[in-house]
Write a protein that binds this ligand. Structure first.
Ligand SMILES: [Ca+2]
Ligand SMILES: [Ca+2]
Length: 638
């Protein structure tokens, strides 16, 4: 229902959820000055309520940035002196205390200061607080860029709202994915997610209904039908499962299984490249706009040479949002760097694994100790963001290799507890599909920008270990004007002989060699106020030791026989790089693996963390604005 997705009222017309950059910031500053002059009263008390100055109400309303439900906004406009019991929420960058200080400072600059005794409760599970505010203060706070929403503190129901689908584990609630489980969210026209993995057991209709649109097998190793390994079904469940108590992030999304992994969970690099070829050729037929890769190859490589990188870039530049697991090869939380494809590709969305520590608050979240992070060999910081990935529960077919290998991890018939960045990536892929349902014409760059700019801060995590922060589903879905994290790279996108967009890595290399600050303009955009990203998104220091420039690349002893796969002879791959001898044979002949076989899955305790309590569900639903099982609080109409 695209018509229901567009903002319908004036108050949502201007980048309300986005962090609009310098231009909007300057506008807000101007408005603040005008308002102080217009109100003639810098500070409390608020103007009398007898006849609210229509011009001032209008001026404030026209510069609202925060989401304010129509009913509350209307009441505040009509009687600005009235007091309202509301929940005030900030963005990802601020801790609750900092966000409130900034918001109140902005409000004061607008002529409406807020007293500390108006704050009734400061939350830890969300960056926000319960506050008693006048209508004037609501309008003034609504113009602050520190405020993302002001919603009424409606009466909390004694029990949780009975959502059509749900999940008894905490990860779906800590990420706010519960906003996807309302009737309205489930009716969104979500694009198809391609799961490039070990297959999907499409016979599991409780999990997937009839939403597995197709299954293509491109595995070159022994590969039974469906999902004999079990990994891909789990990944699909996190992205789009709909079973009772086991819902994924986008429970109504269609899935397309691109099976590259055989019975042992192994694929070859050529299988993965062939999967990209298949998606490229069939994306229109199946409306594939998102592709999830919870796998990686085995050897460090540069984007100059790695065929998987080039293949996923091709998808990205042709409108497919690629999500890749960071990998599980870090040790004890130490920086591992992320040198392996496809997670090392600067265009795609690389996802690390957060350990939510069995709590809904992000305050205690850290990176899982094995979640890969650091720089790629080309100097790009990865992961881009993170999602829960430790002690996840998902569907695994009975008799699949994973279930047979780890029977103590089976928590109920057909469901296992596993850990890995493999299971973080599909949460982001599902969110990407929902973002695209709301913005069907958005590019992968825009989807990436929305996911990154809305991520929750993770103050306890080692800086960089979880990228810019943790997936925040409702905020990601509310971003209207995402910044472009790939703006620097996009300068070097050109067209190949067939007119198809392609990344000119040589031109990028020349620019980067000439000027290490080649992308400063893109990364210093005011929208990226998170210093952890903007300062270190690309490192010439990391690049200086790049593997691509070492002698290792020139000593390849590769044989033509290994190139016999059809994927390699495709004309699309006939660029100069392929004709050079600058190849490490290991880079292309090695296998790609399902991510779960590494990391700490093998050492995970056979215990399940406590499921979420009804009281926690009730409070979280309330914090997320879910008061109706059919109403999606991220949508302007309900
Ligand atoms: Ca398979
Ligand atoms: Ca937590």
């Amino acid at each position: 229902m695209p018509g229901r997705l567009r903002p319908t009222s004036e108050n949502r017309g201007n980048a309300l959820w986005g962090r609009g950059g310098r231009r909007v910031g300057a506008l807000a500053a101007t408005v603040a000055c005008v308002l102080v002059a217009a109100s003639g009263a810098a500070g409390s008390p608020a103007p009398p309520s007898a006849s609210p100055p229509a011009g001032l109400v209008k001026a404030l309303t026209s510069h609202l940035r925060a989401y304010i439900p129509d009913a509350l906004l209307s009441a505040a406009q009509q009687d600005p002196a009235q007091s309202f019991d509301v929940i005030l929420q900030g963005g990802r960058q601020e801790k609750a205390a900092n966000f409130l200080a900034q918001a109140f400072k902005d409000s004061s600059a607008n002529g409406y200061s807020v007293a500390t005794n108006q704050v009734k409760r400061q939350f830890v599970s969300i960056d926000g607080a319960r506050v008693s505010l006048t209508g004037w203060q609501i309008l003034a706070l609504g113009t602050s860029k520190a405020v993302t929403s002001i919603v009424p503190n409606d009466t909390v129901r004694s029990s949780a709202v009975n959502l059509p689908v749900s999940n008894s584990e905490k990860w779906g609630w800590s990420t706010g994915a519960a906003v996807d489980w309302t009737g309205q969210a489930l009716s969104l026209q979500t694009p198809t997610i391609a799961i490039v993995d070990s297959g999907i057991d499409a016979s599991r209709t409780a999990d997937f209904g009839n939403r597995v649109l197709g299954q293509v097998s491109l595995a070159s190793t022994a590969n039974g039908p469906g999902d004999t390994y079990g990994h891909g079904t789990f990944v699909a469940g996190i992205a789009a499962g709909a079973a009772t108590g086991r819902a994924g992030v986008a429970p109504s999304a269609n899935l397309l299984s691109v099976d590259v992994m055989g019975d042992a969970g192994m694929a070859t690099v050529a299988d993965v490249v062939a999967a990209c070829d298949w998606i490229l050729a069939n994306k229109s037929q199946y409306n594939i706009k998102v592709a999830n890769f919870s796998l990686h190859s085995s050897n460090p490589a540069s984007i100059f040479f790695d065929p998987i990188d080039r293949a996923v870039e091709r998808l990205w530049l042709n409108g497919v949002t690629v999500v890749a697991a960071a990998g599980n090869y870090a040790l004890d939380g130490q920086r591992s760097d992320v040198p392996i494809a496809p997670a090392n590709d600067p265009f795609v969305i690389t996802v690390g694994a957060a350990d939510i520590m069995n709590t809904l608050s992000a305050a205690d979240d850290v990176a899982a100790p094995w979640s890969a992070w650091g720089y790629t060999v080309d100097g790009f910081a990865k992961p881009d963001l993170s999602a829960p990935g430790r002690y996840m529960i998902g569907p695994v077919p009975d008799g699949a290799t994973l279930a047979t290998e780890r029977p103590d991890h089976i928590v109920s018939p057909g469901y296992m507890q596993l850990s890995g960045t493999s299971f973080s990536a599909p949460a982001v892929a599902g969110t990407a599909a929902l973002i695209l349902a709301q913005h069907p014409d958005w590019t992968p760059d825009q989807v990436k920008g929305a996911l990154m700019v809305s991520a929750r801060s993770v103050p306890a995590a080692t800086p960089g270990s979880l990228g810019v922060g943790e997936l925040n589903v409702p905020l990601a879905r509310m971003v209207q004007t995402p910044p472009n994290p790939n703006a620097g790279l996009d300068q070097y996108v050109t067209t190949d002989a067939n007119g198809a967009p392609v990344f000119d890595s040589a031109a990028w290399q020349s620019a980067a060699l000439a000027n290490a600050a080649w992308s400063d303009a893109a990364w210093s955009d005011a929208a990226w106020s998170d210093a952890a990203w903007s300062d270190a998104a690309w490192s010439d220091a990391a690049w200086a030791s790049a593997a691509w420039s070492s002698a290792a690349w020139g000593s390849a002893a590769w044989s033509d026989a290994a190139w016999s796969d059809a994927a390699w002879s495709d004309a699309a791959w006939g660029s100069a790089a392929w004709g050079s001898a600058a190849w490490s044979d290991a880079a292309w002949s090695d296998a790609a693996w399902a991510d779960a076989v590494r990391g700490d899955s093998a050492n995970d305790p056979a215990v399940v963390r406590s499921p979420i309590a009804t009281s926690e569900i009730s409070q979280t639903e309330h914090d997320l604005g879910i008061n109706d099982p059919f109403c999606d609080p991220t949508q302007p109409t309900c």
